[in-house]
Design a protein around this ligand. Structure first.
Ligand code: XIL
Length: 378
């Protein structure tokens, strides 16, 4: 079929118009995420910020940063009296220069604590004072700079089968002395794992106390409870749900749940993860995906098969879709971004790795394209 000259001119004008005004494909994750309502973040190592490719990729792709280790007690606290903010301050400066938000990780955890703390034989009263000072000083130092904090991390037992609180220095070894001024309310429909006898302190009181201290130090900061192996619906996420609901009843200042999302089997139950995000957001809490990586089997050179790289891409896309389907899921963050610097590999004798969006030469992997497409589709 041939067109007359007028029709051809019209088609030409229309094509030029479309090329000029059609939205260009997003060039980065942060550009793709711009209109999606979610922040796109990653964990960072201050020592690497001076590496040009590391810094350029970070600034181009992400609008949210979280120090991977630099805000943990073992880095921040050389001794019981002092605070060393040099490492996290580097991340905060970088974020400010590149118009990025910052998540803080983490104030209360059983790991990466300095020996002076863990072997200090402190009494509950002393520990309580130490923790209160730590939380208020650190949150206060970053007031207005760190917009969201993982107040507590991994306070429940390892695995997803008990739903019990973990024995830690903060909880019961010997635990902090908890002020009893805030008696738990009796919710109309308490879950079995929820409260002790009416009027007795809730087993979660020590965590509630930490959220209150953080809130006092920065009333505008969003306060999260962050956990591993609680992505799907299981005994651990049930227990966290019961705790969060109890906190909401009592007016404990909690604003969100962090789901770590370290995935090491290639078959996560996406429907269960989506339902879990749904029940937390239905409580009026935000959900952040805080530490996503998808580790693959790798050869001696650290390379994964192309079939596994595709499976990995699919999982990144499905998790992003599950988050984006719930308006209360407001951040997707990966635990590092280049396979050059990833905690996967360091803890699995190098048979697992290649878990992140860029390879060790900062080349985008299929997972990167999949995530960018998922973000751009919203
Ligand atoms: C990891 C860091 O990535 C490593 O650099 C460090 O040696 C150990 O901790 N869950 C968490 C993170 O909440 O803080 C952990 O980070 C990974 C598991």
């Amino acid at each position: 079929m041939s067109h007359g000259p007028e029709t051809r001119i019209l088609i030409w004008i229309l094509s030029v118009f479309c090329l000029a005004f059609a939205a260009p494909a997003p060039q980065s994750l942060r550009e793709a995420a711009q209109h999606s309502g979610v922040l796109i973040g990653t964990a960072v190592r201050p020592a690497q910020l001076s590496e040009a490719a590391y810094a350029a990729t970070l600034a181009r792709e992400f609008n949210l940063l979280e120090p991977e280790d630099a805000l943990k007690w073992e880095v921040l606290r050389p001794d019981a009296q002092s605070f060393d903010f040099r490492q996290p301050d580097q991340v905060v400066d970088f974020a400010a220069r590149h118009n990025m938000r910052i998540r803080g990780h983490t104030l209360v955890w059983h790991r990466q604590n300095p020996p002076w703390l863990t072997s200090g034989d402190f009494t509950p009263d002393q520990l309580s004072k130490l923790l209160e000072t730590h939380i208020k000083t650190v949150v206060g130092h970053y007031q207005g700079k760190i917009f969201a904090w993982d107040v507590a991390n991994e306070a429940f037992d390892e695995g997803d089968r008990t739903g019990k609180l973990r024995s830690t220095i903060w909880h019961d070894q010997p635990g902090i002395a908890v002020a009893t001024t805030h008696e738990p309310s009796a919710p109309s429909n308490p879950a079995p794992s929820e409260l002790g006898a009416r009027g007795s302190p809730s087993p979660y009181s020590y965590l509630a106390q930490c959220f209150r201290w953080a809130h006092e130090a920065d009333p505008a900061a969003l306060l999260f409870y962050n956990e591993a192996e609680a992505e799907e619906i299981n005994l651990k996420s049930d227990a966290i749900y019961a705790m969060a609901r109890d906190f909401k009843h009592q007016g404990v200042p909690i604003h969100g749940i962090g789901l770590q999302m370290h995935i090491s089997n290639l078959h996560p139950d996406i429907a269960s993860i989506s339902a879990n995000i749904g029940r937390f957001t239905a409580l009026g809490l935000q959900v952040h995906i805080t530490e996503m990586d998808v580790s693959l089997q790798v050869d001696a050179n650290g390379n994964a098969s192309s079939a596994d790289l595709q499976r990995q891409a699919n999982i990144y896309r499905q998790i992003a879709d599950a988050c984006l389907a719930h308006p209360g899921c407001t951040a997707i963050q990966t635990w590092g971004f280049t396979d050059k610097y990833s905690w996967i590999g360091s803890h699995s004798k190098h048979t697992q790795g290649a878990a992140l969006l860029f390879d060790s030469h900062y080349r985008a992997k299929p997972a990167y394209e999949a995530l960018r497409n998922a973000l751009a589709a919203r």
